[in-house]
Design a protein around this ligand. Sequence first.
Ligand SMILES: NC(=O)c1ccc[n+]([C@@H]2O[C@H](COP(=O)([O-])OP(=O)(O)OC[C@H]3O[C@@H](n4cnc5c(N)ncnc54)[C@H](O)[C@@H]3O)[C@@H](O)[C@H]2O)c1
Ligand SMILES: O=C(O)C(=O)C[C@@H](O)[C@H](O)[C@H](O)COP(=O)(O)O
Ligand SMILES: [Zn+2]
Length: 354
Amino acid sequence: MKSLTVSLPGRSYDILIERGLLDAAGVITRSVLLHATRIAVVTDSNVGPIYASRVATRMAAAGFQVKVITIPAGETSKSLDMLGELYQEFLSFGLTRTDAVVALGGGVVGDLAGFAAATVLRGVDFIQIPTTLLAQVDSSVGGKVAIDLQAGKNLAGAFWQPKLVIMDPDVLDTLPQAVFMDGMAEVVKYGCIKDGDFFAFLAQRPDRKLLMDEIEHILFTCCDIKRAVVEQDERDTGERMLLNFGHTLGHAYELAGGYERWSHGQAVAAGMCAAAHLGVKLGVTPPDLPERLEGLVSALGLPTAIPCTAEEYAAAVGLDKKGTGNDIRVILLDALGHAIPRRMDKQALLEALV
Ligand SMILES: NC(=O)c1ccc[n+]([C@@H]2O[C@H](COP(=O)([O-])OP(=O)(O)OC[C@H]3O[C@@H](n4cnc5c(N)ncnc54)[C@H](O)[C@@H]3O)[C@@H](O)[C@H]2O)c1
Ligand SMILES: O=C(O)C(=O)C[C@@H](O)[C@H](O)[C@H](O)COP(=O)(O)O
Ligand SMILES: [Zn+2]
């Protein structure tokens, strides 16, 4: 088994990576939740039918009372309405402060269930069992949990670290191709911002089968990069902002498409390419970099550009959490494998984009 520990004062936790680990979910959960009686497993309408009874059975065998709560699959479930429904389900189940919430699903389930766990009864324990590539390499680690508001993406949320992340690469076998590749957008992001050799490694195998042959290495590399960043800056005031490479523009595309036209991974892929071109325009990014990035992005079947109006960009830039007053920090690449924050006037950014 590969494992990592995210070390944070008073809230350290392990990320465990192993094929078939889902079958040990009950025993491992019991080892970190010694006093819990009830476990609310939140899943979605695609993941639940495939994996929920397996996880619930293992949890019950470890002595927990289990309730499976299934939300509709898709980004539109990251909503205030769905959050309210989860609170009701938790309380009717009799969840107490010593009990726990398990997120069994992709980033949508993790973000929503995590925010519900962070806020119900002023906070209960939370375990991540990520089932998409994106959730395994990114959203299950680091404690950002959130819902979307009508105004924009992830606008109500918290930092709420899980007690444990249980990662079984075998669950990726049932992912639709497009969802697998969404996760690759965030994988490529890590190469872009922190590890040029990793980018080159990915560029040599832009194919699902070849990537799955190396999946434990890929999961470990990405989670290790995220671990180090989060340990340095849990609350997103400096270093962690680098993980937002491609996201200022990516969130604009998601919002403009009503969260249904473009997935998060597709939007981030196009957002990274646009940020690379912006970096060249500003004299920060090497001129050959956008072409190299676009080559990998398109080989993975992800979009290199998404149409967006000046108004749509303006809405997202105004709400970006890297903004202060009239300024925003944009994340640019000064080399493939190295990112820097650059403070810019929001208006100047918008003018450079269109
Ligand atoms: N908190 C963070 O740090 C963070 C980081 C990155 C992304 N996110 C958020 O994550 C969300 C995107 O996550 P996502 O890409 O996992 O999307 P998702 O959760 O919507 O899952 C994508 C689709 O795959 C299905 N699915 C999930 N696992 C499956 C499996 N093993 N087999 C078959 N189908 C499966 C889901 O039902 C869904 O239809 C966005 O809301 C994004 O904002 C959060
Ligand atoms: O963990 C982080 O920090 C990230 O920025 C990871 C991103 O991939 C993720 O999409 C995150 O949810 C974006 O957060 P936000 O603060 O821009 O809403
Ligand atoms: Zn992201």
